[in-house]
Unconditional design. Sequence first.
Length: 327
Amino acid sequence: MICPVCNSQVPDGLSVCPYCGQPFAVSPTSAAGASATPAVDNIKAMPQPAMPELVEKHHLDRAIRARHWQRWFFYGFIVLLFLAAIGIIVNMNNANSDLIAKMATADQNLQSTTASLNKTTTDLGTSQQSLATTKSQLADMTAKYTQAQQDLDAKSATLQSMITQSTDISQQLKTAQADSSAAAGNIRALILRLAVPISNQNIAKIPVAVTGLNVGPDSDNDGLSDQAEIALGTDAKNVDTNHNGHNDLQDLTNGYDPSSTSKSKFPVDQKFANGLKGKIVLETQRGNAAWYIYPQNGERYFLGLTADGYAAMREMAYWTSGYKGTQ
Ligand SMILES: [Ca+2]
Ligand SMILES: [Ca+2]
């Protein structure tokens, strides 16, 4: 049978384990039968170690085996700890390397960010200066705009005043033109009333003063105005009315009658002319031409056609003023 305490194989029928001293329960059959004798015999036949030594040896063996297993467990545990420590160190080393790399990267990023920040700060300073300059310019422009607006308002007011004045002047000019037209009519009527009528034949007896004959339009550009050519009976659109090879002004300057087809000189009668000194004569056959007979030399000075009474008045004022300029 097996000892329940030390698990040692012991012969059946023993009341005590010979290895550990554990008492056994003795069955009645084995305790009081004839079979008890063989068991005792077996026990006797077996080498019987001393009981204390056996127990002590058994305990020592168990302690040794326990120590043995404990030692191996300890060694295994140490190995595991060592491996774990190596793993931890390796991981720490790797982590440290990663941290160093990350720190280097972070340091580079920090330097880059710092440089970028410094540049941004510089740009910001520049932008602030530019903004300040722009604000200053804007304020200056605003002031100029305000001044320009004020100037514009002032000029607008001045212009409006000038427009008002221009309207007044325009109205005054219209009034003056009406007055002038009325005055010209009155002067024309006065000349017609005061002038001495003279025939085309008789006026040719009065020498022509070759001055004052170029006032106004000159269609053929021969030096005689269109009105003067009407008064002289020449063609205002033909420089040589009598076809004698000399233009109308040249004929007149040399005493020839530029309207005469006979190409002859004027039939000047100075005595007749002197009789009309200081008077206005009106030759009615050639557009009511008015002439002033100058008192000093008895020559006739063209005043104009009475259709233009105002011009006639100016000419008469000129010739009667005593002034003989370059007209
Ligand atoms: Ca002419
Ligand atoms: Ca001629």
